[in-house]
Design a protein around this ligand. Structure first.
Ligand code: ADP
Ligand code: MG
Length: 374
């Protein structure tokens, strides 16, 4: 496997303020592979911008390391940082931050001039080409203030692409736009990913975040387990943060049954690490494995949605321990009541999971019928 484009280890950021120290990023470990489209979500004040600003070199970490394409940017001097940033990184901000006295075309040419990339003649042609890509070529000679917010953001994206960087980082790029305009901007990002760019985008919009290839949830300066986020991707950001606050990971040893078919149970489980086998067929009558589940999957929903009796046994695989979080029935019912998307997903999954259960029952009946005929 290729080395990740971004490797962040033990990143910590403490702001020193007159009122005392405040640690906005407590400990952050993240890898991002080339070509990924990563949505960064989390409540206001959770540390998303702090994280992004360290990634772009706008701010410096208190401790920890950031390697981007092998470059240890946490060790860079200001001059090294500026040169590196210009070639490697395209940055898009919430409030566009185009230079107001330069035309749209000049704004896009500027990064090429600053980094002395491309010849003079090429710069102009390249900028026009990029403006065409974002459908702003016809406005090239206007000042930023003469066009709408959505249009300014499209120019900002063209500017971010000026030096053809492999990585685009955007902090709430659609935060100041209406949903229709936001959609257009998002489509541009999707095009960029399709053309091979890697994108990290902070967003408040759960629907947009769901369309990224991966979601990082920041909560109180820490990254929440990504499998937990994936399992609950149908929830809104607020609902997710609420769940995260109330769950604690538990570890079960290999071969342990976490739930038993036929028993009454009132917990819903999400797998964070390891694998479990789903078995049916009672204890005496020879169990059959009907499914294996891994990180990001959940189980235990059937009893909670039905009569409370477990329809299958779920056992930790013999390969190794498993880490799960459990939600009690009250929390589960609350979420199901609140989230239509979760309800829909659960009904799809329970229908899918009911098939082997039904087949197995039919098989047992058939077998006993046959045995009866002998
Ligand atoms: P987000 O982008 O998720 O809304 P931020 O990263 O901007 O959050 O902020 C995280 C926390 O750090 C907040 O509590 C904020 O008040 C604090 N913070 C951000 N910047 C500074 C700063 N320059 N000095 C002191 N505290 C800061
Ligand atoms: Mg922010």
């Amino acid at each position: 496997m290729q080395t990740p484009l971004i490797e962040i280890r033990d990143l910590v950021k403490t702001y020193r303020t007159p009122a005392g120290d405040f640690t906005a990023i407590k400990s952050l470990d993240v890898d991002v592979q080339r070509g990924e489209f990563v949505a960064i979500i989390g409540k206001s004040g959770s540390g998303k911008s702090t994280f992004i600003n360290m990634l772009t070199g706008i701010d410096r970490p208190t401790s920890g390391s950031i390697l981007i394409d092998g470059a240890p940017i946490h060790k860079f001097s200001e001059a090294q940082m500026a040169a590196w940033r210009g070639r490697t990184l395209g940055i898009v901000f919430q409030f566009f931050q185009l230079l107001p006295t330069l035309t749209i075309l000049e704004n896009v040419i500027l990064p090429m001039e600053l980094n002395r990339l491309y010849s003079k003649a090429e710069r102009r042609a390249r900028a026009m080409h990029l403006l065409e890509k974002v459908e702003m070529a016809s406005q090239a000679n206007k000042l930023p203030a003469a066009v709408s917010g959505g249009q300014q953001q499209r120019v900002a994206i063209a500017r971010a692409l000026a030096n053809d960087p492999p990585l685009i980082v955007a902090d709430e790029p659609t935060g100041n736009l209406d949903s229709k305009t936001a959609e257009k901007i998002f489509l541009l990002f999707e095009d960029l990913v399709a053309s091979g760019k890697t994108i990290l985008m902070v967003t408040h919009d759960s629907d947009l975040a769901r369309r990224a290839s991966r979601t990082i949830l920041v909560s109180d300066g820490e990254v929440v387990n990504e499998y937990l986020v994936r399992a609950l991707s149908t929830l809104t950001q607020d609902q997710l943060v609420e769940v995260v606050k109330h769950v604690k990971p538990q570890v079960y040893a290999r071969d342990t049954a976490i739930i038993q078919e036929g028993e009454v149970g009132d917990k819903f489980y999400i797998i964070l690490d390891g694998k479990v086998d789903v078995l049916i067929g009672g204890r005496g009558g020879g169990q059959v494995a009907v499914n294996q589940l891994g990180a990001g999957n959940y189980f235990g929903e059937m009893a909670l949605l039905g009569d409370g009796v477990r329809t299958a046994t779920v056992k930790v695989s013999s390969a190794g321990d498993v880490k799960v979080v459990a939600l009690d029935k009250k929390a589960f019912d609350h979420l199901v009541g609140e989230s239509r998307l979760l309800r829909e997903e659960l009904s799809r999954i329970t229908a899918e999971r009911a098939i082997p259960l039904r087949d197995h029952t039919t098989m047992r009946i058939k077998r006993s019928t046959l045995q009866g005929q002998q």
